[in-house]
Ligand binder design. Structure first.
Ligand code: TRP
Ligand code: ZN
Length: 875
């Protein structure tokens, strides 16, 4: 890039000068090129400020303009001005028809934005600004148009031609055929989609709550046709759920999902024609783990829910991205919680938030849920916009209660159907429906950074008063120094000495306090005994909680708290403290000594057969290295790894008998099904096995190998594979990896898991193994799933190897980023994440990481994506 890319600001937003009422597209797909013909009915926007405004069309530099005409009059280069991504027409009539032809090259499109080839099939990805790589257009979400699309291609090689809406005409001529699709709902260009390929599909009928018939179809390559049933079941469950919980039904005659292998993200909610990464739609017992089954269910639901939260009501501009993403993540999380275990789902979501989103929020890319500026919008599809955005919606749900929240969402959908709106419109609807003043609550959208709640308490037996003192601390973030207090729902309960909940306001056992000031004291009257507080139940706000819990209190909460989430969290807090204690011993050169309190607590949970095995597995899972790193001021990679490994091995040694007993008792009965009961049993059984194998005893290794050999499903096989592969038994590790590859080499997604298992092997020498795997036939730098499996897994999870003191891991990653910057800027930019965290490491590593960031910056022409993250990281 000759000039440095410029930032775009929310405060500069202006309504579009023109509107596009209808959009007619015709695609001629051919081997070396695609011609795109468009006919747009354009008129001046009556709400635009200036009557003389020029028409500004977006078009990527790669677009070849073949023809441009207004009302049939051909234009030449003197009639318009093309510069960067803009094509400007200074004078246009008040109302006119614009015709345009562009030539594009999907065959060489490795960025996977716009129209590209995945395997041999054509597909599109237009969010956020990919449509401008197809034709010149007002590529902004507040320009909504009715689309009619004709796709023409070779009939034998591309028998299936799809676009948004309903097919209305088709024909054939000399080996080529065409289909015309009509989508009656006005939509922004980012929701446009096209697919052409040799695909097969499964189909199911669905009747909506008002009695309309819909045909549900899921398309894939013929070899994957047997892996679509779970996605179909998930779709039907999601459709029913949205009718029941939000009163929303589907609105077209057809709903299509297409599975593609080359995809930058998880999936995309194009109107009536979702396009999915194969990793988020295909599932079969032999190739898919339980975790992946749940992910498919969640992503299918997420994209379906966008039909209302995103498509029918869309975003005014990309600063409002969380309007659709935060709300839709909240909706899919509630769906999954209703269908599966609510507590386990919450634990998983909070774990992601507290490790990755908190880390993002304290790094150089920190931004509010509604960012105020960006250089490249693709960089803002973040954990903050998605996950923290969902937490903000969840807090509204907590503050208003389910009933008023539903009234608010009804009002929002009714008021804004067919419009492009803002997060503030969403809050306004919630305010209007509930009668509550959410002025202060709005700060959650504009202030970046994770608040810390510092709490202390005291109890007066004479007056029976229990007092809770809370202080909110708001961190500084880039560009935001001054912060104002937030409106925070704090759910809590108070436990008596027997572990029972005390009755609080109106007899409830959980009460929601509303924090609004920087310092506040809450007084609870008629509290008969000094209670143990259970704070922030269900993780009622995305904050860090500081309260001086004793280890005894944590053990007590672990076994008594009526809030399942806090029961688990008490165990995590205890384990964090214990591991941090071991880290201190390690740094002082002392012999490591595991606190018996943790062992006793784990023994009690392991023995409790009345608990849901899935919960037992969660409670007995030690906090991850990533979470321990997030909690550290300065990350000591070795100390974290060694202390955690020591705790794991010690727990295994002291609990070997009960672990072995539960492992045996949880042996599978009957054939595999990904149902809640079986998933729970497998999760605990595999956790027991992981402790046992940590003992590095031949008997336990044999146990893992027996499971690997005899099981009938990928959940058990993959768990055994990674335990053996990461063990010190190198011959067995090599043998099992080879066996796995031989079994599954034709299953792309399974081979990707095989790459990921090797990428996170903590044994020394990982980088050499990664480099060798990059040369393997199973690897392909152009396929984002493979890059994520091998490179992102190594750099993001295998901390001891990636952060090797030599800096070789950093140099390796920088090389990959420089390479990917040319091929696929979105993926390249995401690869940068581990390097953006350099401030959290020791001085030597800081210098090494900064040097690599600078090397990337100086490496030549950087995409906007990579430039933004590198420059902000160094800045
Ligand atoms: N809107 C999609 C979702 O969250 C996200 C998405 C899919 C995306 N593909 C993308 C975002 C490519 C940016 C670029 O459901
Ligand atoms: Zn989404």
């Amino acid at each position: 890039m000759a000039e440095q890319p410029q930032a775009i600001y929310l405060k500069d937003y202006q309504v579009p000068a023109y509107l596009i009422d209808t959009t007619e597209l015709r695609f001629e797909l051919a081997d070396d090129q695609t011609l795109v013909h468009s006919r747009l009915k354009v008129r001046r926007n009556p709400e635009a400020t200036s009557a003389q405004a020029p028409l500004e069309l977006h078009g990527h530099e790669s677009l070849e303009l073949c023809r441009l005409a207004i009302d049939g009059r051909e234009l030449d280069a003197a009639d318009y001005h093309r510069e960067g991504e803009l094509l400007t027409l200074a004078r246009v009539p008040e109302r006119f028809e614009l015709s345009c032809t562009t030539r594009i090259h999907p065959q060489t499109n490795t960025a996977l934005e716009g129209l590209y080839l995945s395997g041999g099939m054509y597909c599109t990805q237009c969010e956020a600004e990919g449509f401008r790589r197809i034709t010149f257009y007002m590529d902004r979400p507040d320009v909504m148009s009715v689309f009619t699309t004709t796709v023409e291609a070779d009939q034998a090689r591309f028998p299936v031609l799809l676009s948004n809406g309903n097919p209305v005409a088709s024909g054939e001529k000399e080996g080529r055929h065409w289909v015309t699709w009509e989508d009656p709902f006005p939509k922004p260009a980012y929701l446009f989609a096209l697919v052409a390929g040799d695909l097969q599909h499964i189909e199911r009928p669905y009747k909506t709550m008002s009695g309309r018939d819909v045909s549900l179809r899921i398309f894939a390559e013929p070899k994957d046709l047997d892996k679509l049933d779970h996605a179909m079941d998930s779709l039907i469950n999601a459709m029913r759920w949205d009718e029941e919980v939000y009163g929303r039904e589907y609105d077209l005659d057809i709903y299509m999902i297409v599975a593609v292998d080359f995809f930058n993200m998880g999936a995309m909610e194009n109107k009536g024609l979702n396009i999915f990464n194969t990793s988020c739609v295909l599932a079969s017992p032999q190739t898919t783990t339980d975790a992946a089954y749940l992910r498919v269910e969640g992503v299918v639901a997420h994209e379906y829910f966008h039909n209302w939260s995103g498509n029918r009501v869309t975003c005014r501009d990309w600063f409002q991205l969380s309007l659709k993403e935060g709300f839709t993540v909240f909706r899919d999380a509630e769906f999954s919680a209703d269908i599966n275990s609510r507590t386990v789902k919450r634990i998983e979501d909070v774990t992601l938030l507290r490790t990755a989103q908190f880390a993002e929020d304290s790094g150089p890319m920190a931004h509010p849920v509604r960012p105020a500026s960006y250089i490249e919008i693709s960089n803002f599809y973040t954990l903050t916009v998605y996950e923290k955005g969902a937490e903000v919606v969840r807090m509204l749900h907590t503050l208003l209660g389910a009933e008023l929240f539903r009234r608010g969402s009804d009002l929002y959908f009714e008021r804004h159907d067919g419009q492009a709106v803002t997060t503030d419109d969403f809050v306004c609807a919630m305010e209007a429906a509930s009668g509550r003043d959410l002025t202060q609550f709005r700060r959650w959208y504009s202030q970046a950074g994770t608040p810390t709640l510092r709490m202390a308490d005291d109890y007066d037996a004479a007056t029976q008063q229990y007092r809770l003192h809370v202080e909110q601390q708001l961190p500084q973030t880039p560009d935001q120094v001054e912060k104002l207090p937030l409106h925070i729902p704090l759910a809590l309960g108070l436990l008596d000495a027997s572990g029972a909940d005390l009755a609080l306001a109106e007899g409830a056992t959980t009460q929601v306090l509303e924090l609004t000031e920087q310092r506040q004291t809450f007084v609870f009257e008629q509290i008969p005994v000094h209670p143990v507080p259970s704070l922030l139940r269900g993780f009622s706000a995305p904050v860090r909680l500081q309260y001086p819990y004793s280890r005894d209190a944590l053990v007590f909460l672990m076994s008594h708290d009526s809030d399942g989430f806090n029961r688990w969290d008490a165990g995590q807090r205890l384990a964090v403290e214990v591991i941090q204690g071991l880290m201190a011993q390690y740094r002082q050169g002392e012999a490591l000594q595991l606190d018996g309190a943790l062992v006793d607590a784990y023994a009690a949970v392991l023995d409790d057969e009345s608990l849901d095995p899935a919960m037992v597995a969660k409670v007995l899972s030690l906090p991850s290295e990533a979470y321990l790193s997030e909690l550290a001021d300065c990350i000591d990679v070795e100390a974290i790894h060694l202390a955690r490994q020591f705790a794991r091995t010690e727990l295994a040694r002291l609990l070997e008998a009960p672990l072995q007993r539960r492992y045996e008792a949880l042996a599978p009965t009957g054939v595999y099904a990904p149902d809640a009961d079986q998933v729970a049993r497998r999760s605990l059984r595999n956790l027991c096995l992981s402790y046992l194998v940590a003992l590095e005893a031949p008997a336990h290794l044999a146990r893992a190998r027996a499971q690997y050999d005899s099981c009938d499903n990928m959940t058990e096989r993959q768990a055994a594979l990674s335990l053996i592969a990461h063990s010190g038994f190198e011959t067995d590790a090599a043998a099992v990896l080879e066996d796995f590859y031989q079994r599954y080499q034709s299953e792309t997604l399974v081979v990707n898991q095989w790459l990921a298992v090797q990428a996170c092997d903590p044994k020394p020498g990982a980088l050499t193994r990664i480099k060798a795997l990059m040369q393997h036939a199973a690897f392909d730098l152009r396929n984002p799933n493979k890059v994520r499996s091998l490179i992102s897994t190594f750099c993001g999870i295998n901390a001891v190897n990636f952060h090797d003191g030599s800096g070789a891991g950093y140099a390796f990653l920088a090389d990959r980023i420089i390479e990917m910057n040319r091929l696929n800027p979105q993926v390249a930019s995401r690869l940068l994440t581990p390097l953006t965290r350099w401030r959290k490491y020791d001085a030597a590593r800081q210098a090494l990481m900064q040097a690599q960031l600078r090397r990337i910056l100086d490496s030549g022409e950087l995409s906007r994506d990579v430039y933004e993250v590198v420059s902000k990281s160094l800045g």
